[in-house]
Design a binder for this molecule. Structure first.
Ligand SMILES: Nc1ncnc2c1ncn2[C@@H]1O[C@H](COP(=O)(O)OP(=O)(O)O)[C@@H](O)[C@H]1O
Ligand SMILES: [Mg+2]
Length: 403
């Protein structure tokens, strides 16, 4: 989990204070240390609790509140003051900033506006003491060039590998609304799905979002596809971006299993991703689609830089195209090669247990651990997995299992 930011709040109006309070209580990365209904007492409260952030609403008495902002920033320079007001008057904003406020937020406060302000403060000031412990959330999308290339296998197993680090919190989103099977891989019977999230999108808050996720024993949380096939499910790219933004505020890693339709939703998720793995196998239809998709990504701003090609099932006996020939065909660098090991993969899936638990020493597991580590240094490689043999490359994978 991210480093928690400690916060104190002052608002003489019960209604706004209570609604702010319930929003703050739903945010994992925020610890509401103190709340106060009188401007006069807040200086003392802040002196005592020494929060990272002081939230001051101006509406009850802007003159008093602005003076208070000045006092806090002077007495406690390490405390970031955020002011809130239902007025957007320029002079008020200017005065708040002159008195040392870091952010000016509108009432009613939108969760995403608050989270964005929080992110800015954490980025600039590094949270409490600037100890550098606050990490940005990483979004990893896994997309494929054809059905059955191994996207879900890789997404789930990478998520479980990342979740093994106790400092990480990982959520998996299944974007294959029709046939997604992430729940099978994790052997989860989910209570809620992305459909619940979609239906409640306008009143989505943290507690609802968190209730919609089911936790697997390995530590990863899952937001699965809808239970019923339903073409009435309406979730817009903007709404999905909002869900992703909310999840990013709570989880250190999001792993998104992209559908194969490359719909507007898939593209929104790819747009939000920091890294996207494009999974392929070494057969002609797949390689042709690698070229096709890479051309498509090249046309979209900001896409091609984050796409990493992953060759899955390397060593599959009936793969007719050699890696060298494939490289020639696609004209791009292959970022990673995952060995073929059908028996191990299927056993893990059928048991609903990730590879790191089911077969921690298998070459395929080690390859995925190293892939996770290479994308994100927070994924630890188990000591026994630091196997020199793994570095032999292509030939060490041959014969490692077949369909
Ligand atoms: N590296 C691999 N070696 C052997 N079999 C694999 C490998 N990766 C995936 N598979 C198998 O391929 C099949 C399809 O994988 P899946 O992840 O469901 O693909 P996708 O999500 O792209 O449709 C599954 O039966 C899975 O066990
Ligand atoms: Mg899949």
């Amino acid at each position: 989990m991210k480093t928690v930011v400690r916060l104190a709040l002052v608002d003489p109006r019960d209604a706004t204070r209570n609604s702010l309070k319930s929003m703050l209580l739903g945010i994992d990365s925020v610890w509401l240390d103190a709340e106060c209904s009188r401007y006069e007492f807040f200086s003392d409260v802040v002196q005592q609790s020494q929060p990272d952030i002081a939230l001051v609403t101006l509406d009850s008495d802007p003159v008093k509140a602005l003076a208070l902002v000045g006092r806090i920033t002077q007495d406690l320079p390490a405390c970031n003051v955020l002011v809130l007001s239902s007025s957007a008057e320029g002079s008020l904003i200017l005065q708040a900033m002159r008195n040392g406020a870091k952010e000016f937020l509108s009432i009613p406060l939108k969760l995403e506006d608050f989270m964005a302000a929080l992110d800015r403060i954490v980025q600039i000031h590094g949270g409490r003491g600037g100890d550098g412990q606050v990490r940005q959330s990483q979004v990893l999308a896994v997309c494929g060039v054809s059905g059955g290339v191994g996207c879900t296998s890789l997404a789930i197993n990478l998520a479980c590998i990342l979740a093994r680090n106790e400092h990480n919190s990982v959520a998996v989103i299944d974007l294959d609304f029709a046939l997604g099977d992430t729940d099978v891989w994790l052997d989860i019977i989910p209570d809620y799905t992305i459909q619940d999230v979609a239906e409640n999108i306008t009143r989505l808050d943290y507690s609802l979002l968190k209730r919609s996720l089911t936790r697997h024993e390995c530590g990863a949380f899952l937001l699965p596809r809808p239970v019923q096939m339903d073409d009435g499910l309406k979730i817009t790219p903007d709404q999905l971006r909002r869900v992703i933004a909310l999840l990013k505020a709570t989880f250190t890693h999001l792993v998104i299993d992209i559908s194969k339709s490359y719909s507007a939703l898939d593209l929104a998720a790819l747009g939000a991703a920091d890294t996207a793995l494009l999974v392929t196998q070494l057969d002609l239809p797949c390689l042709r689609n690698v070229v096709r998709l890479m051309q498509f990504f090249d046309q979209r701003e900001g896409f091609s830089g984050k796409i990493k090609i992953v060759v899955n099932r390397l060593g599959l006996e009936d793969a007719q195209i050699s890696l060298n020939k494939a490289l020639e065909t696609i004209g791009r660098e292959v970022y990673w090669q995952v060995p073929n090991d059908y028996a191990t993969m299927v056993e893990a899936r059928n048991n609903g247990v990730p590879l790191i638990v089911q077969s921690p020493r298998a070459k395929i597991t080690r390859s995925l651990e190293q892939l996770a580590h290479s994308i994100d240094g927070s994924a630890h490689i188990a000591p026994e997995a630091d196997d020199k043999k793994q570095r032999k490359g292509l030939f060490s994978f041959l014969g490692s299992g077949s369909r």
